[in-house]
Design a protein around this ligand. Sequence first.
Ligand code: ADP
Ligand code: MN
Ligand code: MN
Ligand code: MN
Ligand code: MN
Length: 381
Amino acid sequence: MAAALSSKVSVAGVAVQVAPATARQARSLAVRVNALGQKVEYIWYDGQEGQPQKGAVFNEMRSKTKVLQKPVTSMNPKDFPEWSFDGSSTGQAEGKKSDCILRPVCVVPDPIRGGDNVLVMCDVLDEAGVPHETNTRAKLAAIINDEVRAEAPLFGFEQEYTMLSKGGHIFGWPSGGFPAPQGPFYCGVGHESVYGRPLAEAHLDACVKAGLIISGINAEVMPGQWEFQIGPTGPLETGDQVMIARWLLHRLGEEYGIVATFAPKPVKGDWNGTGAHTNYSTESMRKDGGMKAIEAAIERLSKCHPEHITQYGTGNEDRLTGKHETCDINTFRFGVADRGSSIRIPLPVQLAGKGYLEDRRPAANVDPYTVVRLLIKNTLL
Ligand code: ADP
Ligand code: MN
Ligand code: MN
Ligand code: MN
Ligand code: MN
């Protein structure tokens, strides 16, 4: 009697098939899962170089689910258990010493699963508990001292990305051809010029529900290209929130059949590349007369352009051509309201004489912890 071998239970409103079990066993299972099972998604990045070309490389986010029978009710990462993963399958360890440790560092509500389920951003440690070489968060944490804290640095990270259909075609582009030349697409509206809004909206919603400090979204210059902004947020917070937001984008892309790529130049030719402008301020820049501190920071940044450029994303040379709202990769230039500069001082900042600067050089596939570390190291330390 097949019917006796399986029965349906409802877990958080979703009907699931449980087999084999008697109806009574199934009922007690449902009670146990409903009452106690808390799904914790452990998220990390595998440290591989970002995506230099569209479609050619997979994204660097990884995650797996732990079900806690005794839920953690606090949002303190220290209250969540450490876990481990097979580093030999993520390019983070050799097969013989393959275990890497996941240590929770940031907890947010899970906007997809809802309920008391959470997403947990993790540090990756080696088997001795030392930060893994791919752990750029630990490298940032290590330079934050009292001097840095006194200046309360804030960052606004403009994460651009390009939507692809399976197979690497730009989402919404005519098959085998090109859309109209760039012009009507940036901040556009209408079926003829905006592709993929349902995913961009679902992602925005998810970020808000997760409690991320997301400050907006917009359709970008190339059709199928979008941007979301995280910030203003503190140093570690910026990296954690950008990583969680990236994970949410890829995760929701599964539902929409859309791949998000951070490749810096997904389409060669007269099409905008994909960047991650990083807006940056310190207490000294934000207070009256802050322009002096902004200019001093730019002066220091002008002296370490190569150090930044070599760590601002893979394939960025295809994007930083001096065209399409960029400055040539070998040139350092700053300017007010100048979108062809390396560092832009926004017009409202110039008018107020205080505020923040915008580093326009980072590629979309940059490691956010690394940008933040370099800006702090080379302007404050
Ligand atoms: P753009 O005009 O370059 O497209 P956006 O509006 O997309 O600029 O992004 C600007 C970002 O700068 C936002 O994330 C915003 O929160 C952030 N921001 C605003 N003020 C500051 C500040 N004082 N310090 C750091 N970031 C800031
Ligand atoms: Mn296994
Ligand atoms: Mn922007
Ligand atoms: Mn943009
Ligand atoms: Mn910008």
